[in-house]
Design a protein around this ligand. Structure first.
Ligand code: HEM
Length: 173
């Protein structure tokens, strides 16, 4: 997975908990405390998962709590700086979510080995979006955390309900 994911996790942990906590996560994952992940680098998925796991253990958080914090930080602070162009003039959470396949496709276009997630959509009515998350990585918690982050970025109250399998029902009030 792209190094950008770990760079964002590092910035989040350092900002909220301090550098020594991030160093501990790195060491617990088998790395030197000064290890840096380049944002354009392709990092083995196993390494990314190991670091996510160590983050949960060191912070004593569930995977969903870690994924929610990541999703909000990614959407509110990290991506708007690094990927400003993909925010364009999108004005609502729903429009942003509907563009996600294109966003992921474009962002990972030049990255060897990138296998970004794919989303399928159903729109039973104006206020409801059902999203199906398709990825062999199966990071459902991150999918949900990132949707929460989209709500925060657009300052909208979203109701997010996991309806089984890899499907999530989102209500826009
Ligand atoms: C501007 C916003 C976004 C950008 C630029 C972006 C970009 C990326 C990139 C570069 C990756 C790594 C892909 C790879 O290495 O194969 C990734 C992974 C991922 N993204 Fe996004 N993303 C954005 C928003 C979102 C949102 C809002 C969601 C959920 C609704 C989402 C869901 C995921 C998930 C679950 C992964 C983990 C990889 C996987 O499941 O296979 N992303 N994203």
């Amino acid at each position: 997975m792209k190094g950008v994911i770990l760079d964002c996790m590092e910035k989040l942990v350092v900002e909220k908990k301090g550098k020594p906590v991030w160093e501990k996560i790195l060491v617990n994952s088998g790395f030197d405390k000064n290890k840096k992940f380049l944002i354009t680098q392709d990092i083995d998925d196993k390494i990314v998962l190991k670091i996510i796991d160590s983050t949960c253990i060191v912070l004593n958080n569930s995977l969903q709590t870690t994924a929610n914090a990541f999703g909000v930080y990614w959407m509110k602070y990290y991506a708007p700086k690094i990927y400003r162009a993909y925010f364009g003039n999108t004005k609502t959470a729903k429009d942003f979510l509907l563009k996600l396949n294109k966003t992921h496709e474009q962002v990972t276009n030049n990255i060897e080995n990138a296998r970004p997630p794919i989303f399928e959509y159903e729109q039973p009515d104006e206020k409801t979006l059902i999203m199906t998350y398709i990825s062999e990585r199966n990071l459902m918690e991150f999918f949900i955390g990132l949707i929460k982050g989209v709500g925060k970025y657009f300052d909208e109250e979203l109701t997010i309900e996991r309806t089984g399998g890899n499907k999530v029902k989102i209500n826009f009030s």
